[in-house]
Design a protein around this ligand. Sequence first.
Ligand SMILES: Cc1cc2nc3c(=O)[nH]c(=O)nc-3n(C[C@H](O)[C@H](O)[C@H](O)COP(=O)(O)OP(=O)(O)OC[C@H]3O[C@@H](n4cnc5c(N)ncnc54)[C@H](O)[C@@H]3O)c2cc1C
Ligand SMILES: NC(=O)c1ccc[n+]([C@@H]2O[C@H](COP(=O)([O-])OP(=O)(O)OC[C@H]3O[C@@H](n4cnc5c(N)ncnc54)[C@H](O)[C@@H]3O)[C@@H](O)[C@H]2O)c1
Length: 503
Amino acid sequence: MASTDQRPAPADRRWMRPRRFDRNLIVIGAGSAGLVSAYIAASAKAKVTLVEAHKMGGDCLNFGCVPSKALIKSASVAQQMRHADRYGVQSVEPRISFSAVMERIHKVIAEIEPHDSVERYTSLGVEVLQGYARFIDPWTVEIALNGGETLRLTSRAIIIATGAQPVVAPIPGMEEVGYLTSDTLWDRLRHRPEAPKRLVVLGGGPIGCELAQSFARLGSEVTQIEMAPRLMMREDEDASSLVEASLTADGVAVLTDHKAVACGVGADGKWIEIENAGQKRRISFDEIIAAVGRTPRLKGFGLEELGIEVDRTVQTNAYLQTLHPHILAAGDVAGPYQLTHVAGHQAWFAAINALFGDLRRFKVDYTVIPWATFTDPEVARVGLSETEAREKNIPYEVTRFGIDDLDRAIADGSARGFVKVLTVPGKDKILGATIVGAHAGDLLAEFVFAMKHKHGLGKILGTIHIYPTLAEANKMVAGQWRRNHINDFLLSLLERFQTWRRG
Ligand SMILES: Cc1cc2nc3c(=O)[nH]c(=O)nc-3n(C[C@H](O)[C@H](O)[C@H](O)COP(=O)(O)OP(=O)(O)OC[C@H]3O[C@@H](n4cnc5c(N)ncnc54)[C@H](O)[C@@H]3O)c2cc1C
Ligand SMILES: NC(=O)c1ccc[n+]([C@@H]2O[C@H](COP(=O)([O-])OP(=O)(O)OC[C@H]3O[C@@H](n4cnc5c(N)ncnc54)[C@H](O)[C@@H]3O)[C@@H](O)[C@H]2O)c1
């Protein structure tokens, strides 16, 4: 993690701090982190300029969360049609117009676009400039406006919110085969009548899994290649094995423990060479999507010249300040997470510390960070996994409830998955929760709230949950925890009392 608790070193003396500033705050990048930072600053009556080089809304709206979730929805509709007989409705093999699926994705983006638009932010009191920003000195930013002019502005504080971009897999031949990434696939595949016939998805993280399953459901023959021993390595094995089983059932050829070592174009078209236990073999494909991680955008806008340390992310302290305390960073560029809601969360701390840090600073709070991967079944987690608890030597107790036993899930035909909660031994204090199943990302909210506000499983058990809902799974796991902690002595007293009452 890039953050430390220490106060940053004072800025180098080779630059002169201006006596007056054009702005209170300049925000570089209008993705999730930048938009929220600028909005907070404008609400605090600061004169704020938000600079975006490419598309307002950044990766989440244009290349990430939004298009991927729209794709997942079309894929799940196709899958439901294939398996409609499970519900007494005749199954059909869907006739998929892939270009219509892609068109819908672009429509969804267009429908959400106004939330992040120049017009909206201007109306909120933010000055939005469309151009590429670069540091000239610690207080001056030069903006090469998209219209061709150049503008220099000084600011009392600056937030770096430049995000991250797909890692280019260092595999010989990748350029030659013309790989796709989450940045390019939405446009490059836009007008295809059909999904790519033979698709390779490189990477078994959240992006690889969400895309592999969706494309398989939309008609591609998908081979997913992951060099780690299993998919979704950040999650516990019981979670990732359910996802792998589901992907396999959807027709994805999941190759874990397989490293991609080379690719190229031959007589039979494009190929990728993969290696497993010293054995190499080639797979032919039509398209390849590289989903092997995302790397922060750190280069080309003057961080090096200011001496701002970059490792895998911009180095910041616990207040999100760089070594120049008035230059802060938020979102994917700051790490340690790469999630939209964390970018927004950090943005509050970055904006407040940027504007008022010399009066009072707030440490960014990472104690309760949830996330979900929107495969079918979804995998959602907050707090510790079992693997992490073991690695960190944190004592824990596990309580599980199988969603296959949940009335609503049975009625819905989605009775698979589990809720797993880690608690402090002998106490109901929640250390972490993992949910695998339909709508897991939504269901997790109750555990996120409980952890954030220090409520234990007893409080969840004491809360009425509507019958029949999937959310009852949360109460069920709390009930299971209670049953595991029944006091045998009290029970035997109770039994004697009841016996005595019968006379
Ligand atoms: C396929 C995919 C699916 C995803 N799904 C989810 C999900 O379901 N849930 C979730 O929480 N997260 C998801 N993410 C991650 C999420 O998109 C990112 O965490 C989020 O977009 C980070 O926001 P950000 O503001 O840090 O960066 P970005 O959104 O990348 O914004 C940074 C902006 O800065 C601009 N910029 C960069 N340099 C400059 C410069 N010098 N001058 C001006 N502008 C500049 C860029 O053009 C960009 O618009 C997904 C990502 C991908 C790729
Ligand atoms: N639902 C969500 O919240 C969501 C969805 C998508 C992405 N994201 C964010 O985007 C980030 C990036 O996701 P990602 O899936 O691209 O990255 P990742 O780092 O999570 O996964 C990449 C995978 O590729 C594998 N890999 C790397 N090189 C390889 C090679 N040569 N051969 C085979 N396998 C190889 C790695 O072992 C790893 O498992 C995530 O960490 C997440 O924060 C979030």
